[in-house]
Design a protein. Structure first.
Length: 108
């Protein structure tokens, strides 16, 4: 798919972040581990779902993260937005009913 074709479909974008216990223990921010549009976005989402990783939909956050290089840590300006997504994923993985309701609201 060409860049022009990807630009014509702005809804098909995805960014994957990594943030583990070692990052938290060292006070490090999450980092971008995959990003792209169209078929690459579909592949990122499919791999996340296969691995049991929650997929959160936020076009605004994806748009903000797409400008970062792979393995780059997110900047302080995005800490709050990313922390909200991490908190949502934590609640979802630990069975919070409120998170399930929020997940439904995020779906298209």
């Amino acid at each position: 798919m060409t860049a022009a074709e990807e630009a014509a479909d702005p809804a098909r974008r995805a960014v994957a972040l990594a943030y583990g216990a070692a990052d938290a223990a060292q006070g490090l921010a999450p980092r971008v581990v995959a990003s792209g549009g169209a078929r690459l976005a579909d592949a990122i989402i499919a791999r996340a779902r296969e691995a049991g990783v929650p997929v959160h939909e936020s076009r605004e956050l994806v748009a903000a993260l797409l400008g970062f290089d792979l393995d780059q840590r997110i900047p302080p300006a995005l800490y709050v937005a990313v922390a909200e997504v991490l908190a949502w994923a934590y609640r979802l993985e630990h069975g919070s009913g409120a998170a399930r309701a929020g997940a439904a609201a995020d779906a298209p």
